[in-house]
Design a protein around this ligand. Sequence first.
Ligand code: NAP
Ligand code: MG
Length: 504
Amino acid sequence: MTFREKNGYSTKLNGNSAASHQRSLKPKKPGWEYAESPESKDHIIINSKYDLFINGKAVKTGKYFSTVNPANEEKLSEIAYASAGDVDKAVNAAEKAYRNTWSRLSPKERAKYIFRIARIMQEKARELAVIESMDGGKPIKESKSVDIPLAIAHFFYYAGWADKLKFAFPGRQFSSIGVVGQIIPWNFPLLMAAWKIAPALACGNTVVIKSAETTPLTLYKLAEIIQEAGVPDGVVNIISGAGDTGAAIVNNPKVKKIAFTGSTEVGKLIMRSIAGTDKKVTLELGGKAANIIFEDAPIDQAVEGIVNGIYFNQGHVCCAGSRLLVQESIKNTVIKKLKYRLNSLRLGDPLDKNTDIGAINSRQQLDKITELVESGIEEGCTIYQPECKLPSKGYWFKPTFFTNVAQSNRIAGEEIFGPVLSVLTFRTPKEAIEKANNTQYGLSAGIWSDKGSKIFKMVNQVKAGVIWANTYNKFNPASPFGGYKESGFGREGGIQGLKEYLNF
Ligand code: NAP
Ligand code: MG
């Protein structure tokens, strides 16, 4: 039996819905199964087709592509594919809106519109959450309690700053930039859009934003909200397409700043394209974070932190704690508890409120995860996966961890962007720091210890933009986020995030 067969990865369609396939990964005890608890879809509206949102209007284009629900491979909608000409239209609309409207409004007026967007999003939070889970495969409990509330919080937060910029940067002269081009990935679509649009508008810029290919729907819902909020035409233009659409945004001379979140590979391409221009740029790229557990850590909480760090959103998280560094003296205890915990995770229908692990975002991503996991097996690492049968339709991958991992193994070095953890050990804090920093990335890290002084020593030596202590994956709009090394540069969130959208 090949690894692919063992993992239940099958391309066969058998007509079963994901809902009827939710599985507890725990060995079955008769009479103690969870009842299904599906989130209602009755209240949501997904159009059969979405045109581009340019200059406040739906704009048709020559080509459309499908977006599917990765949990059942069903088509959700037809999505406009913006050509370079469409990108020009969007940029021209943004440029005109910048010149004639947005830059002329008082900051207080701009704030009103951003607050309105936040409030309408709140009213539509349930619909946004359901659509986010349908389009991207993430568990509804995550989209409901993390993605959507955090996206709204970013609009509220930056609405508050819009008329207080001079207090953010006292004594300094600054001005808005103009048209900002924004390109986002598929793992947190609406949240990434909020991280980008809210500070850009607060600083007086106008926007052309491109969604990722597999998850365009909540951005088009946001377009409806922006219209409902009465935001002047052309201030926010929302488009969709593939890599060439993104490249057309990057190369448009009227775009004065690029804000990109995505892979390091594409980040490098963007840097090459804009070399020699005066475009500003921020790059939020990949990661391979160390989650470091010391022997004096609260072990049960740390195990929860490991689970949250790597299995949240199926591991499709740039700051995922994908390298566990556990102190040797507690390795066996941690592994035992981790196995127990993995067996209690529930994998299946993303719209079921009890689901912990949803669908992998796309077939392409599933192939990438499978290939890297196979490389781990071939290189002699020991795989652990809980017993469970995966739904036969859709894209799924069991929560997985590897022991016997060397730093030179591919799974320890490359970003898998899936629910796959590599377990490594260390004996001393010095060794932990060396191993944590032995990566081309530098986005995030976690440190678990009972000793505050040890935590402070570690955070000063681990090279990562965000370091959580005795917790993981905690976000707040007031807190800046961003990387070092090949994880990119620039910060999003907080006052630091405003700075990226102003000329000084
Ligand atoms: P990706 O392939 O780099 O794509 C990101 C976005 O760029 C997508 O909208 C993509 O369009 C577009 N794109 C592709 N080629 C382009 C080009 N040549 N020029 C301009 N735009 C182009 O990344 P992904 O696979 O969607 O996302 C996963 C990556 O994002 C991971 O590496 C993850 O770590 C990173 N990420 C980082 C952060 C952070 O804050 N640091 C947050 C989330 C994710 P298509 O969708 O059409 O390909
Ligand atoms: Mg989709």
